[in-house]
Design a protein around this ligand. Structure first.
Ligand code: NAP
Ligand code: GDD
Length: 416
């Protein structure tokens, strides 16, 4: 028996190895069985059909992120034993996976992509049949501010994960998915981009991810590992980090509609992206690891929109029709009904180098994986994000209104 994940408040800042070793020892004491290892005998090297005969056990790095949380839900629904890697944080609340903590089959292990030993310990203890490496410093603009750390995690972190698999003797039993990115195409050399389009990374983030991409291919060739990269184009959701442009827009549109924010400041409105829904994209990650042969795939919708279009649609879903006036840094989005400026351009959100023309060709994923890139349309994606954020802002506003009342009650000595 392997223990369910401790709830946030029960966890200790220990290494994965310590935590899992202690849990295994507790099992041993409880059951009175002989020596008991956390590792599953079925997933040892040498079992030729390990992925068929073993209980399916997935390790997800980056489980607290947008994709990690959706992927954990997907795999639990398929009956996997899911181990999520987390790092110690000063706030013991992991919002995106709080609903999974304590659920049967869901476990947490400590680890950090900048710490080889923690990876060897965690991967060696868990012995996953599938490892999804989603952890990264994932913000492109931030990678200009923390370039060395971004390389440490997004480039060398991938090497550390692969080496941990190799050093613990799991090259034949553990399939590895690496989160590659459309940012690799960067200063694009063709539109739309396919698996064969040359890479031209155009930010510290993308350069680091390019190393991650190539080291995965190297381990596949050198050690015969089933290690693959999904070249994912932008995918968003109601769980998207609040400083990525889509979520920044949907939250601002909701706040402005509720009178809780004056205006939204954006950078490059002309930038074009191929935006899909994260929940659809994690299915593709899983499909990639179920194939007979390892291969890389572009995951995209094949449809491109500008930041300006995304903003206009988001405001429309929030009940505000926007008209654009001016150009460049002088461009503004005006509420047609009130004449009020709701969007302005701020050069502080311009990037030293910006990727502006991403559009992926999902043809290979459609034909080989049978994946449907149009399950959630662009309009549905924007609508669901705005709807979520309208509810979120409404409940924040309601609690703001309650708080003064509560203070008043307390001040008057009326405590109910
Ligand atoms: P995200 O929401 O930013 O999540 C990143 C995850 O990585 C978080 O769980 C974070 O943990 C974890 N992490 C960061 N540094 C770490 C470290 N040193 N050690 C261990 N964990 C670390 O990103 P996402 O949108 O889900 O994206 C998932 C992956 O796909 C990333 O690798 C990203 O670069 C790549 N990708 C994303 C997109 C997209 O459009 N979303 C497109 C292409 C590729 P904390 O919660 O502790 O910070
Ligand atoms: N973040 C942000 N904030 N971006 C803005 C803003 C703003 O105020 N205004 C305009 N943009 C433009 C950026 O310049 C960029 O061209 C585009 O909007 C998208 O920016 P982000 O949403 O930050 O995403 P990203 O494309 O840079 O990176 C995301 O997608 C990649 C895949 O292409 C991240 O999820 C990466 O991890 C991922 O690899």
């Amino acid at each position: 028996m392997i223990h369910s994940s401790p709830r946030s408040s029960d966890t200790h800042p220990q290494s994965a190895a310590v935590e899992l070793t202690e849990l295994a020892a507790a099992d041993h004491a409880e059951s009175g069985e002989g020596s008991r290892q956390v590792q599953d005998r079925d997933v040892q090297d040498g079992c030729p059909e390990a992925n068929q005969c073993a209980a399916r056990r997935a390790l997800i790095t980056g489980v607290t992120g947008q994709d990690g949380s959706f992927l954990a839900e997907l795999l639990l629904g398929k009956g996997y034993e899911v181990f999520g890697m987390v790092r110690r944080s000063s706030i013991d609340f992991r919002e995106r996976i709080a609903h999974l903590e304590g659920r049967d089959g869901f476990h947490l292990v400590y680890g950090d992509l900048s710490d080889s030993m923690s990876l060897v310990a965690a991967i060696g203890e868990v012995r996953p049949t599938e490892l999804y490496n989603l952890a990264a410093q994932s913000h492109v603009q931030v990678s200009f501010d923390v370039p060395e750390y971004s390389a440490e995690v997004d480039a060398l972190g991938v090497l550390r994960v692969l080496e941990a698999v190799r050093l613990t003797g799991q090259t034949k039993t553990c399939r590895v998915y690496q989160a590659s990115t459309s940012e690799l195409y960067g200063k694009v050399e063709a539109v739309p981009q396919t698996e064969d389009t040359p890479f031209h990374p155009y930010s510290p983030y993308a350069v680091a991810k390019q190393y991650g991409h190539w080291i995965v291919e190297e381990y596949r060739c050198a050690y015969g590992m089933f290690a693959v990269s999904g070249i994912l184009f932008n995918h968003e959701s109601e769980r998207r980090g609040e400083t990525f442009v889509t979520r920044k827009i949907t939250l601002a549109a909701a706040r402005i509609a509720h009178g809780a924010q004056d205006r939204l400041l954006l950078g490059n409105l002309d930038s074009q992206r191929d935006w899909g829904y994260a929940k659809d994209y994690v299915e593709c990650m899983w499909l990639m690891l179920q194939q007979d042969d390892p291969a890389d795939f572009v995951i995209a919708t094949g449809v491109q929109h500008s930041v300006r279009e995304f903003a206009a649609l988001a405001f429309r879903h929030a009940g505000i029709e926007v008209r654009w006036i001016g150009e460049g840094v002088e461009e503004k989005g005006v509420d047609v009904t009130t004449g009020r400026v709701v969007v302005e351009v701020s050069p502080s959100f311009y990037r030293p180098t910006d990727v502006v023309d991403l559009c992926g060709d999902p043809g290979k994923a459609q034909s080989v994986l049978g994946w449907n890139p149009h399950k959630t349309s662009f309009d549905e994606l924007v609508a669901l994000m705005v709807s979520h954020d309208m509810d979120k802002v409404a409940s924040e506003r309601a609690s703001e209104r309650r708080e003064p009342n509560l203070e008043e009650y307390l001040e008057k000595g009326v405590v109910v």
